[in-house]
Design a binder for this molecule. Structure first.
Ligand code: BTN
Length: 311
């Protein structure tokens, strides 16, 4: 972070000193901290933690998710944008990142609170050759990918709640929403959306007991750029293994999910589907669905909405 004179900068980029001044002003307005002025020289103090492709790409080289990264300062929903783009032919591996979402979508028709530059709001376009029923593997693997990325960057070991909520200290800090366009036997395209709470310092009262962020759990702020790159890399690893050996990969994902999820076995839960019922979790079946033993026998959870009744 040396001091560079306006004259030297101007000479190197082949522009006038006043043009350099204008560029510096422009960068400052984007949040880049630059000290000094044309007479004394400029010094780069810090670059903002923005999820710009220029920052994320170099950290995620060589993976399918580093080819096309779209970035938005403000957008309704990255999932909606990615679904529209996929319908127009956007290739597999395209990534949509936003600083802020004004109508972030959650599972089950809920919304996803997307505070500006506090979280990672990310959607990727996938075109897996599989039936819609098989996409549960992607859903489970995405939770495992988030868990691995968070552990790599922060050393925190997260818990998973079926199918793909990611928790710390029993509170959710990451949600995953898969949306797809499919025929009964074939997926045309799929959008995997991940909302990760990173540097939020508080949540609205109504969510306080259920939501958390990496900052709230550790007391420190974290680089969203570093986390986003780690996330794309671990998603790439998971997705590649699903695509290469699907049946073997699913069995392996199910085993790893059961290991990573404290509630996958032996927990008293309430399931909000088919009128609601209670029972004890009994692991995942061969297709990746959660099994719950009830008074009337073992039932399979189809859509999620599983709440723990006791610890
Ligand atoms: C959940 O309810 O647990 C899923 C939340 C998914 C939120 C992410 S944020 C990025 C992407 N865009 C959206 O509109 N939703 C997903």
């Amino acid at each position: 972070m040396v001091v560079l004179s306006g004259t030297k900068l101007a000479g190197e980029i082949g522009a006038s000193r006043s043009a350099v001044w204008r560029f510096v002003q422009q960068l400052r307005s984007m949040g880049v901290e630059i000290a000094g002025h044309p007479a004394t020289g400029y010094q780069l103090k810090s670059v903002p933690d923005l999820l710009l492709p220029e920052f994320v790409k170099p950290l995620a080289k060589g993976i399918i998710f580093a080819e096309r990264i779209h970035h938005y300062f403000r957008i309704g929903s990255t999932n909606a944008e990615a679904m529209n783009a996929a319908a127009q032919g956007e290739p597999e591996g395209s990534v949509f990142l936003a600083e802020e979402q004004t109508s972030g979508r959650g599972r089950g028709g809920h919304s996803w609170l997307s505070e500006k530059s506090a979280g990672i709001y990310c959607s990727v376009v996938l075109r897996p050759e599989m039936s819609p029923a098989d996409t549960l593997a992607i859903s489970l693997a995405a939770g495992l990918a988030v868990r691995a990325a968070v552990q790599e960057v922060t050393s925190l070991v997260a818990d998973l709640r079926w199918p793909n909520d990611v928790l710390l200290a029993g509170k959710k800090f990451c949600g995953i929403l898969i949306e797809m366009n499919a025929e009964p036997t074939r997926v045309r395209y799929l959008v995997l959306g991940i909302g990760l709470n990173v540097n939020q310092s508080s949540f609205p009262k109504a969510m306080e007991n259920e939501a958390t962020s990496l900052r709230l759990e550790t007391g420190s702020t974290w680089s969203r750029v570093e986390l986003a790159a780690a996330l794309l890399k671990s998603l790439h690893r998971e997705y590649r293994s699903i695509a290469s050996a699907r049946s073997k990969a699913l069995a392996e994902i199910i085993r790893r999910f059961e290991d990573a999820s404290s509630a996958a076995r032996g927990r008293q839960v309430r399931v909000e589907e088919e009128g609601g019922y209670e029972g004890v979790t009994e692991g995942l079946d061969a297709s990746g669905f959660l099994r719950v033993r009830t008074a009337k026998g073992v039932r399979t959870v189809i859509s999620g909405g599983v709440r723990e009744l006791s610890h």
